[in-house]
Design a protein around this ligand. Sequence first.
Ligand code: SAH
Length: 263
Amino acid sequence: MRNEVRPRVTLVGAGPGDPELITLKGVLALNKADVVLYDALIDRALLHHAPDKALKIFVGKRHGSHQNPQDETNRLCVVYAQKYGHVVRLKGGDPFVFGRGAEELDYIQQFGIDTAVVPGISSTVAVPASVGIPVTKRGISESYWVITGTTSSGALSDDLKLACRSKATVVLLMGTKKLKEIVHTYEAHGLTDKPIAIVERGTTREEKVVAGTMEDIVAKATEQQIGAPAIIVIGEVVRESPRLRAVYEEVLCEHQLISWSNE
Ligand code: SAH
């Protein structure tokens, strides 16, 4: 007799990019997946942790789709869990940090499906760390704010105006297209010397980094063709990175920075 399907969904944080930065619990959940639904920022190497026979389905943004991709993803979680059993919903970084993980769980739970969450290493701390930037450091930064550059209305979060008046380290996600607006916010408060770094595809082999101050960062980012996905780190801690220190000491230019290696 065929085993009865027990629908369940595990939301798993895949980490910031480097496939070795997933948690052991995340790998164990993948080992037991019947279906894996994964996003655009997921390294495909992680799919090897799932059984060969598991379905692996990409649910990142698709062009030309009329349906809201988020609604479609929510629906697929339910449909696949009911049909096949254990769905692992693999999401970049930590599922609850700007990942819409909570919305997915709310939707799935309406159907009486069991859910679990496996936290992930968020890019918000791991990407700065991967270029040597500590988000806090004694005597330099007592707190850090994680702010979105793109709120649900598409605008830069107003929280930046509050954060820039503090000594906090500011980590901005989804902000590369708003770089000029971000810089203007700091300039409006007379903070033109504030250190800022941008890391595109941190912890991966495609990583790109630029660093400078509010005065020169727009020109540097344009020259280096920095694009998404990227994290912007603002604050005195940026000067603390051994890799970026030279930028501020004006000994080397950023082209001479030692590159990050996954090996
Ligand atoms: N839940 C995720 C964040 C999802 S929002 C987490 O905890 O990390 C997606 C945004 O995260 C991207 O637009 C980018 O700003 C940032 N991001 C995620 N991975 C990144 C990486 N490897 N390098 C730089 N930025 C990254």
